[in-house]
Write a new protein. Structure first.
Length: 361
């Protein structure tokens, strides 16, 4: 088929601005690849209000429609998907409200769409409604694994797996970021094609009110600095860092009382900011315009994640900047081994950090 029309449904603006998320950059690369292949791309962006579209990306598209995502739309989507399993796996349904389904069908009819691309897990539940067309899906995460690892929600893991399997059965081809995710889909008896597509370019999201990183680099002088980076509105980042500050960081401080721990990332919660004021040497920064100079200037980066699944783009960003990284197994999962990535059990992170800081002088 020459010059097919593709409906590209995404949960965020490809290459959008306003939140720090590597997923938007990966989404942009996927769209650009479709355009480069000669396909006419029609985008339906179900994006939150705090994100703005990327004009350069829009210029590549045959059409581009934005429908604002909201808590109300998420509720309607989950309610609409009750019969398909949204009770157990709401994360796969939050963008699939009746309004959004109608919009997708209108684009299909108006533009003689030949195939569909779904980007981000929250769009996967579109698949049963659009299964008359070939569907490709970029997974970003295997949700069943992520939920199964949660201490609070782990009991839902088997049910989420069944729902995810049933939705994937409508997809002809799934793109994943790591060999680990490919194996997970095969274990789930997925019969479609699985395409391994690691991120080619590691980019940082843009935030309008970000702190210039130059403002914090001056405070690095004369101290042993370690850095964590990630969106702090994500529960796995927030709770992992809270636990690290309470139970692991004090061991590092006793070993190196000239250490500073910098937490860089969007929207740190009040509880984390208050904890940062109480624990010596901790600096809760919030979003910066570009964390790369901080990665390079730090003695090392640390990724003490206890929750989550999938490839952690933040670790790739740190390694790409030339930093040394000490990570838990969750943080290093799916990333090729390198001498600058030290993956140790979570409880051994303080010892490994102290060793690296001692060797750094």
């Amino acid at each position: 088929m020459s010059n097919p029309n593709v409906l590209f449904i995404t949960a965020f603006h490809p290459g959008g601005k306003g939140v720090i998320g590597a997923g938007e950059a990966i989404c942009e690369d996927s769209l650009k690849a479709l355009h480069a292949a000669g396909k006419a791309v029609h985008v339906l962006a179900l994006a939150p209000a705090n994100q703005t579209l990327n004009p350069q990306v829009v210029s590549l598209c045959r059409s581009y429609q934005t429908l604002r995502h909201s808590v109300g739309q998420a509720f309607l989507a989950i309610l609409h998907g009750l019969g398909a399993g949204s009770t157990f796996a709401p994360w796969l349904f939050t963008r699939v409200s009746p309004r959004n389904i109608r919009a997708a069908r209108e684009i299909i009819q108006r533009n003689a769409i030949d195939e569909v691309w779904l980007d981000f897990p929250s769009t996967l539940a579109f698949a049963p409604y659009l299964r008359e067309l070939p569907i490709d899906y970029f997974a970003h995460d295997v949700v069943a694994q992520k939920v199964g690892r949660s201490r609070m929600l782990g009991f839902l893991g088997p049910q989420v797996r069944k729902v995810e399997q049933s939705l994937l059965a409508c997809v002809r081809r799934t793109f994943v970021l790591s060999e680990k995710d490919k194996e997970l889909l095969q274990e789930m008896a997925y019969r479609g094609e699985v395409v391994l597509q690691p991120p080619e370019r590691i980019r940082i999201g843009e935030v309008s009110d970000a702190v210039p990183v130059s403002q914090i680099l001056g405070a690095f002088a004369g101290r042993k600095n370690i850095v964590f980076f990630g969106s702090m509105r994500r529960p796995e980042n927030h709770w992992s860092i809270v636990h690290f500050l309470l139970f692991s960081y004090p061991k590092i401080w006793r070993c190196h009382n000239d250490v500073q721990f910098w937490v860089i990332g969007l929207a740190p919660r009040l509880t984390l900011r208050l904890l940062g004021r109480l624990v010596p040497g901790v600096r809760i920064v919030g979003a910066v315009d570009d964390p790369t100079p901080a990665f390079r200037a730090a003695a090392l980066c640390v990724v003490p994640l206890r929750l989550g699944a999938g490839v952690k783009i933040k670790v790739l960003q740190m390694l790409d900047a030339g930093a040394k990284v000490v990570s838990s197994p969750v943080g290093g999962e799916g990333i090729s081994p390198t001498p600058r990535l030290i993956v140790v059990p979570y409880d051994e992170i303080p010892e490994s950090v102290c060793r690296v800081l001692s060797n750094a002088g």
